[in-house]
Ligand binder design. Structure first.
Ligand SMILES: Cc1cc2nc3c(=O)[nH]c(=O)nc-3n(C[C@H](O)[C@H](O)[C@H](O)COP(=O)(O)OP(=O)(O)OC[C@H]3O[C@@H](n4cnc5c(N)ncnc54)[C@H](O)[C@@H]3O)c2cc1C
Length: 357
């Protein structure tokens, strides 16, 4: 009987894990993805107005490296570089994926020592990394990085999985991971459920949401879409632009609100972003007569699935069933997606090798 691998979660982590496993595993296998939301859900192609529990479409998304402050950061940093190398290949071979390489520019008003000293984790493997001259009290850095149109990329992964890898999608909400063992005879479960659905129900108590609200802007024709720019301000707020490739507009973001689960749009957040946008990105405004304005196509809200201790890549055993964890990516789900999928694959191979002994 072929191995039955069941991935719970159809966000960027689940889809990428499915692709890496299906492309590399030699043993006879079947792969299933169960997701309450995902690119198999027709709502992804419409307003997605009810799907804010599913974070992946609402990300920027770009890659913004940062210096490692601890061992977990170092582990995740390696995953981001594995993803960077992989994305460089995909951008060339599959431009329809929407991955594009652009300049990454960052300005910090009050950088900590890790940034000032360009500590480990920040500049490693970042092509054309340079420190910029101080500008009006900001320390600046520049490097080559990638941007992605998230909705297009999720669809790209979905199509590859369905049409090339024969992965089957199941549109269902689970009460717990144990339920999977009643649906399949002897499944290996890969847990990519964002906030960490548990075997006996509930979500990982170490996980917490970081709410993000951004504005999707239709840029003026004159606006150059060749860089992603981030300002980290001394008061802790952020303002950034991320061009979304394949005519996907420009993300003007964004808020980072810990433990805030409000899924609706907050007007005060929109005003906050418009005020900072006016100051730092005035060229993104369109002109109409003697007025200028941000042409807002949509307001996005998403909850980054963060976890104390970072991404959970542990392996658990329950009632004789294996659960390989891959959740809690916080604000880095795209950035570490491929590296995390390699860890899943390596954990899967270890489990299979042990079972053959
Ligand atoms: C405003 C904003 C900006 C961001 N910018 C970036 C960026 O620039 N770069 C970057 O890398 N990341 C960014 N992120 C973070 C990124 O979006 C997340 O890290 C990533 O989407 C997490 O992916 P995931 O697959 O773990 O979770 P999700 O996308 O949330 O997917 C979880 C999956 O699990 C399923 N699921 C959960 N529970 C159940 C259940 N009980 N039954 C069935 N299915 C279930 C869901 O339906 C879904 O399919 C940003 C996020 C936000 C909100």
């Amino acid at each position: 009987m072929p191995l039955q691998i069941v991935i719970v979660g159809a966000g960027v982590l689940g889809l990428t894990a499915a692709l890496t496993v299906s492309e590399n595993l030699i043993d006879e296998h079947e792969i299933y993805i169960i997701g309450e939301y995902g690119p198999h859900d027709p709502r992804l192609n419409t307003s997605m107005s009810n799907c804010h529990e599913y974070t992946s479409p609402w990300a920027g998304a770009h890659f913004r490296p940062f210096p490692s402050a601890n061992e977990q950061d170092k582990k995740e940093m390696k995953m981001t570089r594995e993803t960077l190398r992989y994305f460089a290949e995909v951008a060339v071979a599959n431009p329809e994926s929407s991955i594009q390489f652009v300049d990454g520019v960052e300005y910090l008003q009050s950088p900590n020592d890790l940034y000032k000293k360009v500590q480990y984790g920040y500049s490693e493997e970042m092509n054309n990394f340079a420190t910029l001259n101080d500008q009006q009290g900001f320390t600046g850095f520049k490097y080559d990085t990638w941007v992605v149109n998230t909705v297009v990329y999720l669809q790209y992964l979905y199509r590859k999985l369905v049409f090339q890898q024969n992965v089957k999608f199941i549109h269902q909400k689970l009460d717990n991971l144990k339920q999977v063992t009643t649906m399949f005879k002897s499944p290996i479960i890969i847990n990519c459920s964002g906030m960490g659905l548990q075997y006996n129900g509930g979500y990982d108590s170490q996980c917490f949401p970081i709410r993000g609200q951004t504005l999707l802007i239709k840029p003026p024709r004159s606006f150059k879409l060749d860089k992603t720019v981030t300002y980290q301000l001394a008061d802790g707020s952020w303002i950034f632009i991320i061009p979304r490739p394949l005519n996907g507009g420009v993300i003007l973001g964004g808020t980072k609100q810990k433990n805030d689960t409000h899924l609706g749009i907050r007007q005060e957040d929109t005003h906050h972003l418009i005020n900072l946008g006016n100051k730092y990105f005035p060229d993104l405004r369109k002109r109409g007569g003697d007025k200028s304005y941000f042409d807002i196509e949509r307001v996005n809200v998403g909850l980054r699935p963060a976890r104390i201790g970072g991404l959970n890549t542990s392996v658990e055993f329950h009632d004789g069933h294996t659960v390989i964890n891959n959740y809690g990516a916080g604000g880095m789900g795209y950035e570490l997606s491929y590296g995390a999928s390699l860890q899943v694959y390596s954990n899967l191979i270890s489990v299979l090798n042990k079972s053959k002994l």
